[in-house]
Design a protein around this ligand. Structure first.
Ligand SMILES: Cc1cc2nc3c(=O)[nH]c(=O)nc-3n(C[C@H](O)[C@H](O)[C@H](O)COP(=O)(O)OP(=O)(O)OC[C@H]3O[C@@H](n4cnc5c(N)ncnc54)[C@H](O)[C@@H]3O)c2cc1C
Length: 318
């Protein structure tokens, strides 16, 4: 018979590991299942806004959080959860290799999917630069990296989003251009805002990334032109990895892109299921992920405690 954990946590990023740490501290049996595809595993740039860890790289932050959770007694296993079912008291997760995990409660901390620009139809060339050098994605996290740098915003989604990002980034640098590599349909009000800020708009599909050692220096376009810059900022969509939440019947946020919590505590409409981190509709930040992971874990522990107090285990169950 598979062990019944107090809490199964899907996702071993900052949200899931922080939750595991608290639950293990409270002597709850907690297991983190993670397929190791979160952004920080691949982030070699230094992060400057994570409290208590100044200048640590994303990879170091991952390592430290995991080590602390494991040292406290949490389990962390590698696995890709493809199915979630059951109800409070006995949830069942199934991994892609047929693994099975059972838990009294569930925390989903599965993060978001980000869309990279495509390079001759393929997004993988961006992996050499994303989070490693000067290819940035998140204004809240990385905007201040741009101070004074000649920057190109790469619009992969709607043109108006790229325009909004260009205007937003103009507080960090006056040297900005917007490349519409996805949608080209720029509305007149957005075009006017860009003109006001002296931000030129370029269009074209990316054929090749030019750079070395994690530093991107230029974009070769399909029409043969090359755009060089000191920094590149991607404007794209980010959607929560909501597949497991949907399987369990967790409500989605009004945009449909993220799972919806019932309160700040991360509880959901499904009894026994909590959510944390980037999966929730809020800014994507390590400290926010840690905070929402922590509050969810505190609430799960309190919830389990109330259950323990209400119905003491019968001698047969001990
Ligand atoms: C390039 C880049 C730079 C960034 N820089 C900063 C910064 O400077 N400062 C800052 O505060 N934030 C930064 N961020 C944002 C930060 O990385 C995220 O906000 C944070 O990692 C979110 O934590 P999380 O635990 O919610 O999700 P994630 O870190 O995304 O972790 C989720 C985990 O869940 C796993 N998972 C998903 N589905 C399943 C499944 N079905 N089965 C098993 N495992 C699953 C994934 O593999 C992943 O490991 C950056 C992000 C990027 C992409």
């Amino acid at each position: 018979m598979t062990d019944l954990y107090d809490t199964l946590i899907v996702g071993g990023g900052p949200a899931g590991l922080t939750a595991a740490l608290h639950l293990a501290w409270q002597k709850r049996t907690a297991l983190v299942i993670d397929r190791v595809s979160g952004p920080l595993f691949f982030t070699l740039e230094q992060l400057w806004n994570v409290p208590g860890m100044p200048g640590a790289t994303g990879a170091e932050i991952q390592k430290r959080l995991k080590a602390q959770a494991v040292e406290m007694g949490a389990g962390v296993v590698r696995g890709n959860v493809v199915k979630a079912e059951g109800t409070e008291g006995d949830f069942l997760l199934t991994g892609e290799k047929g693994e099975r995990w059972r838990g009294r409660t569930l925390l989903l901390a599965t993060g978001v999917i980000r869309y990279h620009p495509t390079v001759d139809g393929d997004f993988t060339p961006c992996f050499s630069y994303a989070g490693k050098g000067n290819l940035f994605y998140c204004t809240d996290c990385e905007g201040p990296e741009l101070f004074g740098r000649d920057t190109v915003v790469i619009g992969t989604g709607p043109a108006d989003w790229a325009a909004d990002m260009g205007v937003a980034l103009s507080r960090y640098t006056p040297k900005l251009r917007v490349l519409l590599a996805g949608g080209r349909d720029l509305s007149e009000p957005r075009a006017a805002r860009l003109r006001e800020k002296n931000i030129p708009v370029l269009t074209g599909e990316i054929q090749r990334l030019i750079g070395e050692k994690r530093e991107l220096s230029g974009l070769e376009l399909k029409d043969g032109t090359t755009i060089t810059a000191e920094a590149f900022f991607v404007s794209s969509d980010a959607r929560g990895r909501t597949d497991l939440a949907r399987q369990l019947g967790v409500e989605m946020a009004p945009t449909g892109k993220h799972a919806q919590a019932r309160s700040q505590r991360g509880d959901t409409n499904v009894p026994g299921v909590w959510i944390a981190g980037d999966l929730r509709p809020m800014t994507q930040q390590v400290a926010v992920a840690m905070g929402t992971g922590n509050i969810a874990a505190v609430m799960i522990d309190q919830h389990l405690r109330k259950g323990d107090v209400a119905s003491p285990p019968s001698p047969a169950a001990i």
